[in-house]
Design a protein around this ligand. Structure first.
Ligand SMILES: Nc1ncnc2c1ncn2[C@@H]1O[C@H](COP(=O)(O)OP(=O)(O)OP(=O)(O)O)[C@@H](O)[C@H]1O
Length: 586
């Protein structure tokens, strides 16, 4: 049984999510996550709605602690941190807040039923081992613009795959489109909810089948009344908008979204492999091998890089939120705590390329900022062209002549398209994963993701997080003031420890990734030999066993009235000619 990560919060502005212990239908040992409710990003400037001055650390402490020269903990000031932390009241996650609600469900079925659970894109295996060796090429993730996959309006229904190129041949898209063609809009009645996979702060996730297609999805069902009464509508909206904007092999695909009178439903890709927290518990010594860690964190890094390039600071990286796909590759989940901000690619290193007009727009992205919700200090050389992994250290005279074919791909300017300077004042995260600058209320940007990345790496390697204390208060104290230490066992490489040290610098300005984002992190020797471009084709450390999807399944059509399933679904008496599903949340 895994431990529970306890909450702390932020006055009326902070809510805590209680992480429940492990079982098949709830997320294991989920740590609490807090978010100042008034600090919801998206529509307001977080500086304006940030932690009230009365709740922030005294200026003297903040000044001291933000001084890069000061590395030693100042224990007199740490007591101030604790006072600060103590002043935050806890609003425990009220999972019982969802009422039992009925909604119409007329079971519609597709006629052919020939589709099978589609293989996840990118699962082709080019190698038989964990052999993601460097090819010398960079992987460039194409940022899709925000695709409207909503089934609220028919005009948007057919545009989905256009904006999700890596899913272009996905059978699940085809199945969904077929239903749209036949019935118009998609709704709850088109799905069979088979099992509850887990529940979070804003809704429950069900394994669902698009009826009669054998196409399976994870459907997040959120009670709109409950969201409204708990002031979480904006969080739900943030998650939906972020999901709509994603198109990346290590991030969820949102197939459709629809609303019923009572529920807001997100239909996403289903990951049958569970999460990395649960998977870690099953490893010998409850930690992964370094080779397996390299794989998982390299994929997570690519996902973070993509998010940052879209202007999204994830803020909630932890093993519980990293799901394992059918093919063993990872998928980050849970975006309701993410921060969206403006990104403006910045030129870090110049190269002779500017003089070559033919190459100017070779690598272009539209940083798809959804809403400007945080402050982005002015960038020095804004541009829309970048390559995430470009190094230009050679001078012109060192380069080979143009007629050398091997040299046709010339160094490109190094640009950063990540929100490295973004600032939010929200108190968001999970105790053991909270970055010092969040605890101190100093404002934070994408560097918090590199901190959490370091904690994540540490936990996968050592089976525990580095600053965990006897309670939440102690944990926060440790994060801010205790030096990083490594256990003697398991033995991990110097490169791994060095990477963790770089990521867990308490001052964000000194942290690896602060200046040049993912590019900087990817260059660390720990990743030597990683073929970033082909990692999605590498063989994962573990491939989940096939799930018996239909075992114990309950559909509206099959189940007797009032049968309660393990998934917490209750079939209720019919109302008129419709069947009604009652969601028995929590
Ligand atoms: N695509 C998916 N495939 C399989 N299981 C999933 C999927 N998405 C979510 N889950 C499971 O459902 C559970 C609830 O997920 P959800 O994202 O709603 O909540 P959460 O991660 O607890 O976050 P929050 O409380 O911040 O909303 C997770 O613990 C996870 O195990």
């Amino acid at each position: 049984m895994a431990s529970t990560r306890k909450p702390s919060g932020h006055g009326a502005e902070v809510e805590a999510q209680k992480r429940s212990s492990s079982n098949s239908s709830t997320k294991s040992a989920k740590a609490e996550t807090f978010e100042p409710m008034q600090l919801q990003r998206s529509v307001t400037n977080p500086r304006a709605v940030g932690i009230p001055e009365s709740k922030r650390l005294p200026e003297s402490f903040r000044k001291r602690s933000s001084d890069p020269a000061v590395c030693k903990p100042d224990f007199s000031s740490l007591s101030t941190v604790l006072e600060h932390v103590d002043s935050l009241t806890i609003d425990e996650k009220k999972t019982s807040g969802f009422g039992s609600v009925k909604t119409s469900s007329a079971s519609a079925k597709l006629s052919d039923g020939t589709s099978s659970l589609g293989k996840t894109s990118g699962s082709a295996k080019l190698s038989g081992r964990l052999d993601f060796m460097e090819s010398g090429k960079s992987s460039i993730c194409r940022g899709s613009t925000s695709s409207d996959v909503s089934d609220e309006s028919s005009c948007s229904s057919f545009s989905s795959t256009v904006n999700k190129p890596h899913k272009a041949n996905d059978l699940r898209w085809e199945a969904i489109q077929a239903v749209r063609v036949r019935d118009g809009l998609l709704g709850l009645s088109h799905f069979r909810l088979l099992k509850r996979l887990g529940c979070g702060d804003i809704g429950s996730v069900y394994l669902s089948e698009l009826s009669g297609t054998k196409c399976y999805f994870a459907m997040k069902v959120m009670d709109k009344t409950s969201l409204a009464s708990r002031k979480k509508l904006l969080r739900a909206q943030t998650e939906r908008e972020i999901l709509q904007s994603l198109d990346h092999p290590f991030l969820p695909t949102l197939y459709t979204h629809f609303e019923t009178e009572k529920f807001s439903c997100l239909v996403m890709e289903f990951c049958p492999g569970g999460d990395l927290h649960t998977l870690r518990q099953r490893q010998p010594g409850k930690h992964f091998s370094e080779q397996a860690v390299k794989f998982y964190i390299a994929e997570s890094l690519l996902a973070l890089e993509y998010l940052h390039m879209l202007g999204i600071v994830y803020r909630d990286l932890k093993p519980e939120n990293v799901l394992v796909r059918e093919d063993g590759h990872i998928m980050l989940s849970d975006f309701d705590l993410s921060l969206r901000c403006l990104v403006s690619p910045t030129l870090v290193k110049s190269a002779a390329i500017e003089s070559d007009p033919l190459r100017k727009n070779v690598y272009c992205v539209q940083p798809a900022c959804i809403e400007p919700s945080c402050i982005q200090p002015s960038c020095t050389v804004p541009t829309t062209c970048f390559s995430p992994r470009l190094f230009s250290s050679k001078s012109k005279k060192d380069r080979k002549p143009k007629n050398d074919t091997a040299n046709q791909v010339r160094p490109l300017p190094e640009l950063v398209a990540e929100p490295t300077d973004a600032r939010s004042m929200s108190f968001v995260g999970t105790h053991e994963y909270l970055a010092p600058e969040i605890i101190k209320g100093e404002g934070h940007g994408s560097a918090v993701d590199w901190w959490t990345f370091g904690i994540f790496l540490y936990e996968l390697l050592f089976g525990r997080t580095p600053f965990k204390g006897s309670g939440n208060r102690q944990t926060l104290f440790n994060v801010v003031g205790q030096p990083l230490r490594f256990p003697e066992t398991p033995v991990v490489s110097f490169a791994a420890r060095d990477l963790i040290r770089g990521l867990l610098m308490k001052e964000p300005q000194q942290r690896l990734g602060f200046k040049r984002g993912a590019t900087e992190v990817k260059q660390h020797p720990f990743f030597e030999g990683v073929n970033w471009a082909l990692i999605r084709c590498a063989t994962p450390p573990e491939i989940p066993k096939p799930v018996e999807l239909e075992k114990g399944a309950v559909s509206v059509a099959e189940a007797p009235s009032s049968q309660k399933t393990a998934a917490g679904l209750v079939l209720n008496a019919q109302k008129g000619s419709d069947n009604y599903l009652e969601f028995d949340f929590f």
